[in-house]
Ligand binder design. Structure first.
Ligand SMILES: Nc1ncnc2c1ncn2[C@@H]1O[C@H](COP(=O)(O)OP(=O)(O)OP(=O)(O)O)[C@@H](O)[C@H]1O
Ligand SMILES: [Mg+2]
Length: 331
C-alpha cells in the first residue's frame, strides 16, 4: 500500500489555483522531495496532506486513510515540521518538548523516555535546559524536528527543513534525515528549493511549478533523461578545426566549436572521454584543457520550468531572516 496517494488534489484560494490537480504516490520507506520556487504550492500541498486544510477538489490518502474523512486517524500516524518557526523562544528546549508531548497526548511516563530519545537523536540533550532564545538557527530547526517525532510518526513531513541555514548546518540536518529513514524506517515527504539537497537526500522528486507537477522520478533518471554529459576541451591556439572528426566518434551527440574550444555532448561521459582524447592525439594535436560535466538537477529544473531556481534563493533567505528578527523585536 502506498503511504501517500493523491488524485487530482486541488486547492483554490479565490482566483489563485495554488495546487492544480496533482496526482502522485509515495511508497513506504521513501524520501520524497517536492521541489519548486516560491508560491509553487508546496506548503499548501503539505497543509492538505497533514489535514490542516481541506482540498477544494480531489483526494489524498495517507496509509489508505482519507485526509478529510479520517483526519483524526491520519494525524496519529504523521509528524509535521512546518516551514515557519514554531518553537517558543521563552521556554527551554525541554519545556518545548514537554509541551509538544502533551499536545499529542503522549502519557507522561512514556513522554520522558521519548523526549530523551529524540533529543539525543538531534544531539540537543546538553542544550535542553537552555532557553531557546539562546539557540542558533540550526539548533532551533533540530528542536523542531525532534518535536515532529515525539509521537513516533510513521510518516514525517518536513517543509523546507534547511531554509536559511548555512551549508555546514544543512548537511548536519541531512544526516538526521537519512538516519530517520535508515534506522527508524520512516517515510519522509519533504519540500525544498535547494537542488543539491534534493539530489543528495531524495529517492524520488517531483518538480512543482504554478501548482502543477511538471515532472517526477528518481534524481538520477531525471538527469540521465536530459540526454548526455558535456565534455569541454580546448586545443592549443591556432589548431585546425576538428569539429567533423569529433562528430563521427561514437557516443558523440553534438559538437559546438568556439575558436579552439569544443563543447561536446556525449551519451556516457566517462566512456567517451578517453576515446575522444585518444583520437585527438592520433591526429597529432595536443589537448590544452578538458572538463567533464554531468547534468545537475538545476538543469533538469531549467528544462522543465524554463527558469533557474537559484534566482529565487537570495530573496527567500532574506524573508526568513526578516521574520526571525521581527519575532525577536516583538518580545
Ligand atoms: N491561506 C491562503 N490564502 C490565500 N492564498 C494562499 C494561502 N496560502 C497560500 N496561498 C497562495 O497559494 C500559492 C501557493 O503557496 P504555497 O505557500 O503553497 O507555496 P510554496 O511552494 O510553499 O512557496 P514557498 O516556497 O514560498 O514556501 C501562492 O500563490 C500563495 O500566495
Ligand atoms: Mg512553502
Amino acid at each position: 500500500m502506498a503511504v501517500i496517494e493523491t488524485k487530482d488534489l486541488t486547492k483554490v484560494f479565490g482566483k489563485i489555483v495554488a495546487v492544480d490537480r496533482i496526482s502522485f504516490t509515495v511508497e513506504e520507506g521513501e524520501i520524497f522531495g517536492f521541489l519548486g520556487p516560491n508560491g509553487a504550492g508546496k506548503t499548501t500541498t503539505i497543509n492538505m496532506l497533514t489535514t490542516l486544510m481541506n482540498p477544494t477538489e480531489g483526494t489524498a490518502k495517507i496509509f489508505g486513510m482519507d485526509v478529510v474523512k479520517d483526519a483524526n486517524k491520519v494525524r496519529n500516524v504523521i509528524g509535521l515540521v512546518p516551514q515557519d518557526l514554531t518553537v517558543d523562544e521563552d521556554l527551554t528546549g525541554m519545556e518545548n518538548m514537554e509541551l509538544q508531548a502533551s499536545l499529542y497526548h503522549v502519557p507522561k511516563d512514556i513522554a520522558k523516555k521519548r523526549i530523551d530519545e529524540v533529543l539525543s537523536l538531534v544531539e540537543l540533550k546538553e542544550a535542553a535546559k537552555r532557553k531557546v532564545e539562546t539557540y542558533s538557527g540550526g539548533m532551533r530547526k533540530r528542536l523542531e524536528i525532534a518535536q515532529g517525532l515525539i509521537h513516533h510518526p510513521k510518516l514525517l513531513f518536513l517543509d523546507e527543513p534547511t531554509l536559511g541555514l548555512d551549508v555546514q548546518t544543512r548537511t548536519v540536518i541531512w544526516d538526521y534525515i537519512k538516519k530517520l529513514k535508515e534506522e527508524h524506517e520512516m517515510t519522509i515527504f519533504m519540500t525544498t528549493h535547494y537542488m543539491e539537497e534534493a539530489d543528495a537526500l531524495c529517492d524520488r522528486i517531483a518538480i512543482i511549478d504554478y501548482g502543477k507537477i511538471k515532472v517526477s522520478g528518481k534524481p538520477k533518471e531525471l538527469k540521465d533523461n536530459l540526454g548526455g554529459d558535456i565534455i569541454e576541451l580546448a586545443l592549443p591556439y591556432n589548431s585546425r578545426d576538428i569539429t567533423e572528426a569529433i562528430a563521427t566518434i561514437p557516443y558523440v551527440l553534438d559538437v559546438k566549436r568556439k575558436s579552439e574550444t569544443y563543447r561536446i555532448k556525449v551519451a556516457k561521459g566517462e566512456e567517451a572521454l578517453p576515446d575522444i582524447i585518444e583520437r585527438i592525439l592520433k591526429m597529432n594535436l595536443k589537448v590544452s584543457k578538458v572538463s567533464l560535466t554531468k547534468p545537475t538537477l538545476d538543469q533538469v529544473y531549467l528544462e522543465y520550468t524554463g527558469r533557474s531556481l537559484r534566482e529565487t534563493e537570495g530573496s527567500r533567505e532574506e524573508v526568513w531572516r526578516a521574520r526571525r528578527n521581527i519575532r525577536r523585536l516583538r518580545r
